[in-house]
Structure formats: C-alpha cells, structure tokens
Design a protein around this ligand. Structure first.
Ligand SMILES: *Cc1c(COP(=O)(O)O)cnc(C)c1O
Length: 368
C-alpha cells in the first residue's frame, strides 16, 4: 500500500487538536456496563420527547419523499419563524443543529491570524470549531459561574472577530440580564460580531432575561442561535438556526451549506412551533423535578450549581470520570465535567420523576 504523507498534509492546528469521542450507542453501553435500562441524563434532552404535533408529522411522513431533496434553505420554516418573531425570512439561516451554524459564523468572519473570545467553562463547540479551523481562541474565566463581560471586553484586539456568549450558560445556568447584555453590546459598538447562543431560551421565565431576537433591530452586529433540540424535543433530527440583521446574515449565507437540513426535520420543526401546551408541560416538569433534585442533593450534603435551563451541576467527592462509570453501572448516564474544565463536577439533565429518583438512589449508593 502506498503511504500518505500525513506529516506534510495535515495543518499544525489539526495535528494539535484532540478529536471529540462521542459516546457509544445506548445498547452497546448497556452491554458494557451490564445494566438492563438506561436513564439518559447527559444531553439535556426533553424528557417528554417531541410535542404531539411533531410526532404526528413524523409518523405520517411518506417514505417516497425520502428520495427527494428537501428545501435547500428551509423555506417554510423560515417563513413561519419570521412571521412569529416579526422579522424577515431572509434574516434566518437554518442548520443541521445549532452546532452547524456555529461553523457558518466562524467561517464567514475569521481568517488567518484572527481570534474569537468566549468563556473557559461553557458549551465547547465555539472553541473547538475555531481551534480546528486554525483561529486563536481567547478563553475568559467565568466569574461567580457567570460570563465576565468586563473580562471579555478587555481581551478584544484588532484581530477579534466574534464574541460568543451562552445565555443562559450551559453548564452553569447563569445568565446576563438585559441591562448587562445591552451594556456589553454598546461597548462592543459594532466592531465585532456578538453571538448569543439561546439554546435554552424557552426554559427561562425570569423577567429580566433578554430575548436576543428583540434586540436585533438595535444591534446589527448581533447574531442569535436557537435550537429545536432542547425544549422542542427534536435533538435526534438535528435542526437549529441563527438569526441576525439582513446585512450580517447575507455575509454568513455565503459559508452556509444548503441541503444540510433534512425534510423530516424541517416539517417536524414547523409542526413543533404549533405546540399547544407541550412547552408549558415541559417547564412545569423541569421546575418541579429540579426543585426535587436540589432538595435531595442538599440532604446528601453536596455542593450544587443550578440556575436556568434543564440541568444542574453537582460537585462530588470522587473523580467525575469514575462517578460516570459507577453511575452507568446503575443505569444512569450523566455528563462528567472534566471536559468542561470542571473536574470533580458532574452535570445532570432534569428528567422525569422516575429518572430523578433513580439518579439520587444511584448517587447515594456510589458515594456510600
Ligand atoms: C445543545 C446545545 C446546542 C446545540 O444544539 P443542536 O442540537 O446542535 O441544535 C447549542 N448550544 C448550547 C449551549 C447547547 O447546550
């Protein structure tokens, strides 16, 4: 076999980058850890699944349509989002999950020598995409578990192109209120793109929590991310979007891959927007079970960090990777947080009462 000159072919920044290893399918994990059922509390998925309207669309999807390319730019979904949010359909770009639109934005604005700024302990994909694309990532430490606005502003230089804010933050649940976000946008003053990732927007009920989409008219450098993976229960279909000012979105459109969003996902997302009370039922479940979980953890005497969103962080007296394996053996999958730069912490998604009880019982067991 002819060998390939990888040493010369692979850019240094790709050589340096550690690939992310996705976890094995549930069935394989169950065999590996010897459990006969598995509560998935690692990915902040909706415990109620997709709304009934979306279920119906998925069930009725006509198999011959699988042979036909979908709308290349999610035409009807963009129309519906625009009508609801009072914007123009051309202000939206839909992607294969919000994960994909992160890459669209970075590719549109960064070139060799540029940098992006985000927090050290947040959703890691902003950092990863920038890094394996060869751009500098400036990580600003969280302050009291929260994005540090002043710290981020201080790291800006003439090569800074994008600032990423996760609001509320995954994994800490903290958020910037409207005053803080406006003050930050005023300071940036259009010199950089500001991305506000609102993956958990629909879970937040706080009065002072800003709706980024409502601020688009005032700040044309603002880009907002939303997803159908969390509240709308469509994580398996991979669909999310970005929304911004017409001029900024017209630039990002150039780096956006068409046809990456499949037809079932587009139709299910459209139906999910018609949701009757699914969103409300999810909010009620999450807030009741989060309160239950926090009470139980307090009784065990563990430090927690919880805020908005459908997840809670827990500090544990053993290594988080060991805790992951021990909890798996009891049929509970959580997120170990060394990868989030929080060694000895785990993140638990809020699930059904049955799942929360199973988690608490398993946790007591492994710590006993
Ligand atoms: C889950 C999540 C996303 C991405 O979700 P997709 O499934 O790719 O749409 C983006 N940002 C944050 C903070 C998330 O937690």
């Amino acid at each position: 076999m002819l060998s390939v000159s990888l040493d010369k072919l692979v850019p240094e920044y790709v050589k340096r980058f550690e690939p992310y290893l996705p976890s094995k399918p549930d069935l394989e994990l169950m065999k590996l850890y010897g459990c006969d059922r598995l509560f998935r509390l690692n990915n902040n998925e909706n415990p109620l699944g997709p709304p009934p309207e979306a279920r119906e669309i998925i069930r009725r999807f006509k198999p011959p349509k699988a042979a036909i390319y979908p709308s290349g730019d999610s035409y009807y979904l963009r129309q519906k989002l625009a009508t609801r949010q009072g914007l123009d359909p051309d202000q939206y770009l839909v992607g294969n999950g919000a994960n994909e639109v992160i890459a669209f934005v970075i590719k549109a604005f960064c070139q060799e020598g540029d940098n992006i700024i985000t927090a050290d302990k947040t959703f890691a994909v902003y950092e990863w995409v920038a890094e394996f694309s060869g751009f500098e990532v400036r990580l600003v430490p969280l302050k009291n578990f929260c994005f540090d606005d002043q710290g981020m502003l201080e790291r800006i230089d003439e090569r800074t192109k994008i600032l990423f804010l996760c609001n509320p933050n995954n994994p800490t649940g903290t958020y910037w209120d409207e005053t803080t976000l406006r003050r930050f946008l005023d300071s940036v003053s259009g010199r950089q793109i500001v991305v506000v990732d609102e993956a958990y927007f629909e879970f937040v009920e706080k009065e002072d929590y800003p709706n980024g989409i409502k601020l688009l008219g005032e700040y044309s450098n603002l880009v907002v991310f939303r997803t159908f993976s969390k509240m709308y229960g469509l994580a398996g279909l991979r669909i999310g979007y970005l929304v911004g000012s017409p001029e900024v979105v017209n630039v990002i459109r150039r780096t956006c891959v068409v046809y990456s969003v499949n037809e079932v996902a587009q139709e299910a997302a459209l139906a999910a927007l018609n949701d009757g009370d699914h969103m409300q039922r999810t909010r009620i479940l999450v807030s009741a079970e989060k309160a239950f979980l926090l009470r139980e953890l307090q009784r065990i005497g563990l430090e927690t960090q919880a805020g908005e969103g459908c997840y809670v962080m827990i500090r544990i007296p053993i290594s988080d990777t060991l805790a992951y394996r021990k909890l798996m053996a009891q049929g509970v999958m959580i997120r170990s947080m060394t990868g989030f730069r929080y060694p000895n912490w785990i993140r638990v998604s809020i699930g059904t009462h049955e799942a929360m009880e199973a988690f608490v019982k398993a946790l007591r067991d492994i710590l006993a």
